[in-house]
Design a protein around this ligand. Structure first.
Ligand code: HEC
Length: 125
């Protein structure tokens, strides 16, 4: 009973790819900003990462669990934005780690759904 509506592959795929590419770029800038204490950049890139979740193409799975994973990700980014605004050297790396965990956890969830539906997994190993 999986209510999976993978973004209607044909129409949504290019948009989804764009969103995911923006996400990857912003996340790469994030680490650079963190380790060099560029707080304005850290805040900006965190906000970019939050904004991508508002794109309709983000809603890949119509499942409560996907919404929950998205919320965990947005919340972790809230903490990172806050830490950047306070220029908090302790909280910023912790929030960054929490953001990274939320990336990994959602990806694991999406991969499990893929398996459950018997779809081909992209070759990762
Ligand atoms: C709430 C779920 C969710 C979160 C959180 C999330 N992603 Fe994703 N991500 C996806 C989905 C869904 C796709 C595209 C579907 C697919 O092909 O598996 C994707 C695709 C990607 C891709 C492209 C992968 C490929 O094979 O082309 C990258 C890179 C990526 N995400 C990085 C990240 C990073 C970095 C973070 C954290 C900053 C993150 N994601 C957070 C759901 C998420």
């Amino acid at each position: 009973m999986l209510s999976v509506t993978v973004a209607q592959a044909s129409s949504q795929a290019p948009r989804l790819n764009l969103v995911m590419r923006q996400k990857l770029q912003a996340s790469q800038h994030l680490l650079g900003a963190l380790v060099t204490s560029r707080w304005g950049e850290l805040e900006r890139q965190s906000l970019v990462l939050q904004r991508v979740t508002l794109d309709p193409a983000w809603a890949v799975l119509a499942e409560p669990e996907y919404a929950r994973q998205t919320k965990a990700y947005v919340t972790a980014l809230d903490s990172l934005v806050e830490a950047a605004r306070r220029r908090d050297l302790e909280a910023a790396p912790q929030a960054y780690a929490a953001v990274t965990m939320s990336c990994v956890q959602c990806h694991r969830f999406v991969a499990r759904r893929r398996l459950a539906r018997g779809l081909q997994e992209p070759a990762h190993d």
